[in-house]
Design a protein around this ligand. Structure first.
Ligand code: C2E
Ligand code: CA
Ligand code: CA
Length: 405
């Protein structure tokens, strides 16, 4: 057995190159090819390969793409779009300014399974489909992949519109303490799509992450959450509620993330201790020192931090000690294992004990049964969240959970 090595072959042909050669001559044509080669180099990663295979044709080999074929196609698409954009910028060819475009055919393949000849043939066919559909565009050889890409492009466009038109909404899922009292909520984003209705985050967060749309989206979530905390502050029975907000890795890695949070807190004039930022282990994979520095500043400003989905990712105990966290959230996969006596239970107990030894509060998510809650309670868990108490619901339904009679 071998590990899948997913690569992308990108076959690029300049549009109307022959006309340029015929009208301005081969020297000018060569100048263009050189400049195109430079631009291509700027669009790919260090390990990728670019070859000029003659005439106005280039082939690029993209290495180390995602093991998921559709995600890999998405990566090839984003490189191709970068290339199409770069190629379409103006060139200075001697005294002539010139504009060009390209047609791109792409194939995603497993590095071990395909012959180079077959690959070039497929990429060439896809490139001709790109020419046929009006040039300056990209086509995949595999129609299924093309269809998946079309859907992604459509979804991406719709997401951009959704940001502009504020089609998002926060749902609130109750968090309770050992006496069953609602102490706060986790804010979970929903997309109120004009045709499809309520779209769950799993259907759009991954693409939002990949395209960077997560940045304006995440900011909207933070803003909406702070606005809600402000509203809660105005009534005695909601004043002490905490609100947990999911923060994605990209969002946290922004240079001005700390300022964004501080400004929102100041703008809404809220108690920062009621705002809980949920980070996942994936946030800590890159520049962990930088993240710790940001967390320390925000902790000093009063904001709380929680590690979400604990136990599912790469958790280095070394770092866990260094992170200025307030709370660990035991991932729901461990909670559903409680029903099975044995290792599942042992893990949950170990996580709780470890968290407490690090002075961290523990919340369990995905609590669905009394049995699970009892087991967690018996083993020292502090807080709970799950369908047993409430699903994520609209603000109105959430507030109805603890309205005074
Ligand atoms: P998460 O942060 O782990 O959120 C918990 C998910 O578990 C929620 O799904 C919630 O509805 C679901 N859940 C809660 N209790 C139970 C239970 O008892 N049983 C089961 N089976 N599931 C339960 P949801 O709302 O679909 O959110 C999915 C994921 O989307 C979140 O996982 C989070 O990673 C992401 N997400 C949601 N809102 C945001 C956001 O505002 N920003 C970012 N960056 N990500 C978000
Ligand atoms: Ca969460
Ligand atoms: Ca979680």
């Amino acid at each position: 057995m071998h590990v899948a090595e997913i690569k992308g072959a990108v076959f690029l042909d300049l549009d109307r190159f022959k006309t340029l050669n015929d009208t301005l001559g081969h020297d000018i044509g060569d100048l263009l090819l050189k400049q195109v080669a430079v631009r291509l180099t700027d669009c790919v990663r260090a390990g990728d390969t670019i070859a000029h295979i003659g005439g106005d044709e280039f082939i690029l080999l993209l290495e180390d793409l995602s093991p998921d074929a559709i995600d890999a196609a998405g990566q090839a698409e984003s490189v191709s779009n970068k290339i199409l954009h770069s190629i379409s910028q103006q060139y200075q060819l001697g005294v002539n300014s010139y504009r060009s475009s390209a047609s791109i055919g792409s194939v995603i393949f497993n590095g071990h399974d395909v012959s180079i000849d077959e690959l070039l043939k497929q990429a060439d066919i896809a490139m001709y489909q790109a020419k046929d559909s009006g040039r300056n565009t990209l086509r995949f050889f595999d129609p299924k992949m093309q269809e998946a890409i079309n859907e992604r492009v459509e979804l991406e466009n719709e997401l951009r519109i959704a940001i502009e038109q504020k089609q998002f909404e926060l749902y609130y899922q109750a968090q309770v303490d050992n006496s069953g009292r609602v102490i706060g909520a986790e804010a979970l984003i929903r997309w109120r799509h004009p045709v499809r209705g309520i779209v769950p985050p799993f259907d759009f967060i991954p693409l939002a992450e990949e395209t960077g749309i997560i940045l304006p989206m995440g900011y909207w979530v933070l803003d909406a959450a702070c606005a809600q905390l402000k509203l809660w502050q105005q009534s005695s029975h909601t004043r002490a509620l905490t609100l947990a907000v999911n923060v994605s890795a990209k969002q946290c890695h922004q240079a001005d993330f700390v300022d964004q949070v501080k400004e929102l807190i100041a703008h809404y004039d809220i108690d920062p201790a009621l705002l809980k930022l949920e980070l996942t282990e994936s946030t800590l994979l890159e520049d962990i020192e930088g993240i710790i520095a940001k967390m320390i500043i925000l902790r000093k400003a009063g904001v709380k931090f929680e590690l979400d989905d604990f136990g599912t990712g790469y958790s280095s105990l070394q770092y866990l000690k260094k992170l200025p966290l307030n709370q660990l959230k035991i991932d729901k996969s461990f909670i559903s294992d409680i029903a099975i006596k044995g290792n599942g239970r042992t893990l949950v107990c170990t996580i709780i004990a470890m968290a407490h030894s690090l002075n961290l509060n523990v919340i369990a998510e995905g609590v669905e049964t009394e049995e699970q809650q009892q087991f967690l309670k018996d083993n020292g868990c502090d807080h709970y969240q799950g369908y047993l108490f409430s699903k994520p619901v609209t603000i109105k339904a959430f507030e109805a959970l603890f309205e005074p009679d």
